[in-house]
Design a protein around this ligand. Structure first.
Ligand code: AVJ
Length: 321
């Protein structure tokens, strides 16, 4: 079925929604969870008792602030601290405060896919830490990688917290890490958080809360399609479904159609049918151990300098060069 109307796939969002909903099995990218509403839902997730990741990483950054900060330091020329997926910056602020208090000469460059998050963070830092030199930017990972090469006048430290890399399957993660490595000079560092393998129940619970916050977060991609590109998804007719496979250490999120449906997305001129119990795969959250991280580093030409863990060893931050 073709049409001669001017329904162009003129944005990545339109293109990817068209592709994902036309595919079998259907999928949508988790990067589209993050708009104003999605950011709020993710903040609620980070505050849930089940979602241990944030607390663990906060503990690591709080317990090892000085060690980490001094690893970052360059007394001669200072540094550029570039954070990919900065979000609300809550954990990063621990380091930022140490660095400003101890007279580090640095620029903080938070980058996030959510325009809303970047705006909120910039405004917040201007009030909370007015002496901080902030240069924020909106963009997604693979897009901003190219621009990183422009930061080569002095040491750069690239941070990716929150186990954000877990949204990428291993081949994509290796591509991402390899490109980060290409942008790095010998004095530069990469500081990255990796959620660790643990009791599968603990992991499953983190993505399957009773209160339905994760469910609402998952469904936000449908809400966005409805609002931004003329979709007519009946969101309540989809069920949030989470699985964790301890063999591959992958948590996967799905939206499952609870009845047969026909959905139209006007601005991409797409009509799709759902069978009862048909799925849309929306997210992976990969888990790791030292062996997997070493393998990823090796495949990407990076070297692990050291790592930091929380008390329960649920989570680790690795330093690469
Ligand atoms: C922000 C990608 C790290 O995968 O744990 C939280 C997003 N999804 N609950 C994760 C998320 C469902 C989160 N990351």
């Amino acid at each position: 079925m073709t049409t001669t109307f001017t329904t162009s796939l003129d944005t990545t969002f339109k293109k990817e929604v068209f592709e994902g909903l036309s595919a079998f099995p259907k999928y949508l990218s988790s990067k589209y969870f993050y708009d104003k509403k999605g950011d709020k839902l993710f903040q609620d997730i980070m505050a849930m008792p089940e979602y241990y990741l944030t607390g663990c990483e906060f503990q690591i950054l709080s317990n090892h602030t000085e060690t980490i900060g001094e690893l970052f330091r360059d007394r001669e020329k200072g540094l550029d601290l570039i954070e990919l997926g900065a979000g609300d910056g809550k954990k990063t602020k621990v380091l930022l405060k140490y660095m400003t208090k101890n007279n580090f000469n640095f620029v903080y460059k938070p980058i996030d896919i959510s325009e809303n998050a970047v705006e909120l963070l910039s405004n917040n830092l201007a009030i909370e830490m007015p002496i901080l030199n902030v240069d924020a930017e909106v963009g997604e990972y693979f897009e901003v990688l190219e621009r990183l090469k422009g930061f080569n006048k002095r040491k750069k430290v690239i941070m990716v917290l929150g186990s954000n890399i877990g949204n990428l399957k291993h081949p994509k993660a290796i591509e991402f890490l390899s490109k980060l490595k290409e942008a790095m000079l010998s004095n530069d560092l990469l500081f990255m958080g990796f959620d660790q393998k643990k009791n599968p129940q603990t992991i499953l619970n983190a993505y399957n809360d009773e209160t339905g916050i994760t469910e609402a977060f998952n469904k936000n991609v449908l809400t966005r399609i409805n609002r931004e590109i003329g979709g007519n998804f009946e969101v309540e007719k989809f069920k949030h479904w989470e699985v964790y496979d301890p063999e591959t250490a992958t948590a996967k999120s799905f939206l499952v159609a609870t009845e047969p449906m026909q959905v139209t997305v006007e601005k991409i001129n797409l009509t799709v049918n759902f069978e009862k119990w048909e799925t849309i795969h929306t997210e992976i959250s990969q888990k790791y151990d030292d062996k997997i991280v070493s393998w990823l580093a090796e495949e990407s030409g990076l070297e692990i300098v050291t790592s930091f863990s929380d008390d329960k060893e649920y989570y680790k931050n690795y330093v690469f060069r």
